[in-house]
Design a binder for this molecule. Structure first.
Ligand code: 13P
Length: 350
């Protein structure tokens, strides 16, 4: 089955009340772990690549690898999404390569660091939607600014993050502005800012309402019940992986991610796409550290990643199960096959 746009996956998720983890991929190992977990749990898949991942892995090779995964796992509905495109040009380059979904992140200027005006955001997002929809590609927009309420934003992982700091009001999505934004741009999915941030250092304690603004999701969902919401910065930063890293020579300070129960709660309030990158990085590098510590004379790349692959696969499978996506892969691909194999009236020759 060819790569598919994100919209029908999210529509299916909304119809059946589940959420999709959207996993960031950087290399063969991360992609393979996601696909194996999806096959094991029969789940639809969204994999995404940031601009820096595209640069690191050579995006032409990255896309070829994802297309090969679609052939290798033919029953799994698979979407390839550009994570945090910083301009319509970046999104266009992704579409030209074969990405089937793009995020136009106009919440920040094209430098990815300075908060942008609402007008700028609407302009770049609307232009991207026009371009993408003409090619059957889905678009995610963002309103509000991703960043921890503890630190007021600040530098985050993967070259993404604010230069200065912002107040709570400046960071969090304004629900009424979200309504206006969706109407003005026609986005397929909307990323909302609720106090989460990229990377491992999200919270210095288990987040409660003062740090994780679940009420903002509820307020947006009430106004936009049919809009697919996206939660960024949704790694749980498992304590077991922090311990694994630290037991093998790492030096991670104690930290807290987004609790799985809160993500499950958000799915009940219209969150359909849940972005996860850090948890996979921790599973892979923690396992590599553990292997190299136990085998100091080894230089076996496959040996080094074997446990990491298994740990990432287990983590992905757990997310598919907990978010309710498990069991929906074949159903969605059957539906896609029946809709694409029935020619529309206009397509039938007279
Ligand atoms: P984490 O760093 O929490 O995994 O978030 C990733 C993300 O939101 C990518 O857009």
């Amino acid at each position: 089955m060819p790569l598919m746009p994100m919209r029908p996956i999210l529509d299916h998720a909304a119809e059946h009340g589940y959420g999709l983890p959207a996993f960031n991929i950087t290399n063969l190992e991360t992609l393979l772990a996601v696909m194996r977990a999806a096959e094991r749990t029969d789940s639809p898949v969204i994999v995404q690549a940031s601009q820096s991942a595209r640069k690191y892995a050579d995006d032409m090779l990255l896309v070829a690898m994802v297309k090969a995964a679609a052939e290798r796992f033919p029953t799994i509905p698979l979407c390839l999404h550009q994570d945090h495109g910083s301009s319509p040009e970046v999104c266009k380059s992704a579409m030209d390569l074969g990405f089937t979904s793009v995020m136009m992140d106009g919440s920040l200027e094209a430098d990815g660091k300075s908060p942008a005006s609402y007008e700028y955001n609407v302009d770049v997002t609307r232009r991207t939607v026009e371009m993408a929809h003409a090619r059957g590609v889905s678009v995610e927009g963002e309103i509000g600014v991703l960043g921890s309420l503890e630190t007021g934003g600040g530098e985050q992982e993967d070259g993404h993050g604010l230069e200065g700091t912002l107040s709570r009001e400046e960071l969090l999505t304004d629900p009424q502005q979200a309504v206006d934004f969706v109407k003005a741009t026609g986005v397929d999915a909307l990323a909302v800012a609720i106090g989460t941030s990229h990377g491992a250092y999200k919270f210095s304690r288990r987040p409660e309402g003062d740090l994780l603004a679940m009420d903002v999701i509820a307020a947006i969902h009430e106004r936009l019940p049919h809009t697919h919401l996206v939660m960024h910065g949704a790694s749980t930063v498992p304590e077991a992986l922090q311990d694994l890293i630290n037991a093998s020579g790492g030096e991670m300070a104690k930290t807290y991610g987004v609790p799985l129960e809160e993500i499950e709660r958000s799915i009940a309030m219209g969150v359909r796409k849940v972005n996860i990158d850090t948890d996979l990085r921790m599973a892979l590098t923690g396992s590599a550290r553990e292997y190299l510590k136990a085998n100091p004379s080894s230089f076996d790349i496959r040996g080094m990643h074997k446990n990491g692959l298994a740990r990432m696969e287990a983590l992905c499978a757990e997310r598919f199960e907990r978010f309710g996506a498990a069991g929906h892969g074949a159903r969605l691909s059957n539906r896609m096959a029946s809709t694409t194999s029935t020619p529309s009236k206009a397509a039938v020759p007279a």
